[in-house]
Ligand binder design. Structure first.
Ligand SMILES: Cc1ncc(COP(=O)(O)O)c(C=O)c1O
Length: 406
């Protein structure tokens, strides 16, 4: 496929393209290193160890984590989140989460409620996706052992105020899902007082698929999801208790980690602020370009400062005069609204007529769609990345305007 013709606006699913350094690092690992780090003592194993350590160090720098060994690698954020749910919670514990979560939080919690007697409550969010922090505070109980917050919505981009959440939950550990923010927004785990930070490598971090991980604050021990060989303490029949080995059993995706390390080095070199600034300009251009369309409803904050570069919309019939202010507040599920262009048709037209690649539907986050008022059909999601240009957005705006006019 000639990817040059395509405008890829599906970066919330996985970022594309990647910085060339990512491929180069993976090819280098495959062609010249190839060995298993932390196992053998020969030069190739040592070089593999250096590459994995560099990746860990880069991530620690990116997230302002003092001790890189508190970061363990995982297959993706789903595995990292499950590591906390299964490794930290006990029967009788209570969890509070939010109404904007992804299924990678909701499904493990539902499973644990059904099978392990672990209860949870969902703190409400408003129609733009913002968490009601006072309501969250009221849900806390004596046995609340964990609060889980999606840093930014993968549906409509809404960014949550993590410092304010930490302010009301006090010493209760906070698990932050940074799937949509790592690499795209500055994150200071130390300043925010985050206890668990779960990340995935293949979205804003610009690394390859099959990479991710978990930062665990010092002083917290988790039961590992998996037990097995770590290359350390081989005489011990029990899993080592120290990080990162405690959570890294078996040979890791080292070629992927090599790519992730290079991706994070690229982000550190560019600067997260610069990446954020560029993505904000793309979001602004898109919102400005479609805001006046009366038969397009847009969801989320409608403010590049309060969201990541993800915009959800539906082609709905005309809003009544003067109701523009209700755009983004989810007031579109009113009975007199009807889809003028169904989302599947819009996706098809964007792709086949304009070479614009987006994702439609529920985006693995049905409760977020319930919150913003777009369940069960979902939305058309345009998610931008660092390699998108203002020209891409201009073409997307023109395409949306033509579809809306048809
Ligand atoms: C907010 C959020 N959490 C978790 C995930 C799961 O990511 P992964 O498939 O990399 O585990 C996603 C992916 O879309 C997401 O957007």
């Amino acid at each position: 496929m000639d990817t040059k013709r395509l405008i890829y606006l599906d970066n919330a699913a996985t970022s594309f393209p990647k910085p060339p350094q990512v491929t180069e690092a993976m090819v280098y690992f495959m062609e010249y290193v190839g060995a298993n780090p932390g196992r053998s003592g020969h030069p190739l194993a040592r070089e593999a160890g250096r590459i994995v350590q560099a990746a860990r160090d880069n991530l620690a720098r990116l997230f302002s984590v003092d001790d890189p060994s508190r970061i363990s690698f995982a297959l993706n954020i789903t595995e990292a989140l499950n590591t906390v749910f299964h490794g930290y919670l006990n029967p009788g514990d209570h969890v509070v989460t939010t109404a904007m979560e992804h299924n990678s939080v909701m499904r493990p919690l539902v499973y644990l409620r059904e099978k392990r007697d672990i209860m949870f409550d969902v703190a409400p969010c408003d129609r733009r996706g913002f968490l009601d922090i006072d309501a969250l505070a009221k849900l806390l109980r004596k046995n609340t052992r964990l609060v889980v917050v999606n840093h930014a919505s993968n549906v409509c981009g809404t960014l949550q105020d993590v410092a304010a959440v930490k302010g009301v939950i006090g010493d209760i550990p906070l698990l932050l899902d940074t799937a949509q923010t790592a690499g795209a927004c500055p994150i200071d785990a130390r300043a925010l007082g985050v206890d668990f930070l779960a990340f995935t490598g293949h979205k804003g971090l610009m690394g390859p698929q099959g990479t991710g991980g978990l930062y665990v604050r010092k002083g917290i021990d988790l039961r590992p999801l998996k037990h097995g060989g770590t290359g350390s303490q081989s005489e011990n029949m029990h899993q080592p208790g120290f990080m990162p080995d405690a959570l890294e059993s078996g040979t890791q995706n080292n070629v992927g980690i090599a790519g992730l390390g290079a991706a994070v080095a690229f982000i550190l070199e560019e600067g997260v602020e610069k990446i954020r600034c560029h993505e904000q300009s793309l979001t602004k251009a898109l919102l400005d370009g479609i805001y006046d369309l009366h038969n397009v409803a847009i969801y989320g904050p409608l403010d590049p400062v309060q969201q990541v570069a993800t915009v959800s919309l539906t082609f709905d019939s005309t809003l009544s005069e003067g109701s523009e202010g209700s755009l983004g507040c989810g007031a579109i599920n009113l009975e007199w609204f009807s889809d003028s262009v169904p989302i599947d048709e819009a996706e098809d037209r964007l792709s086949s007529q304009y070479n614009i690649l987006v994702r439609v539907g529920l985006h693995c986050a049905p409760i977020a769609h319930q919150t913003i008022g777009t369940f069960p059909d979902g939305t058309i999601r345009l998610s931008m990345g660092y390699f998108n240009t203002l020209e891409d957005i201009d073409l997307a705006v023109q395409a949306i305007r033509r579809i809306a006019a048809a």
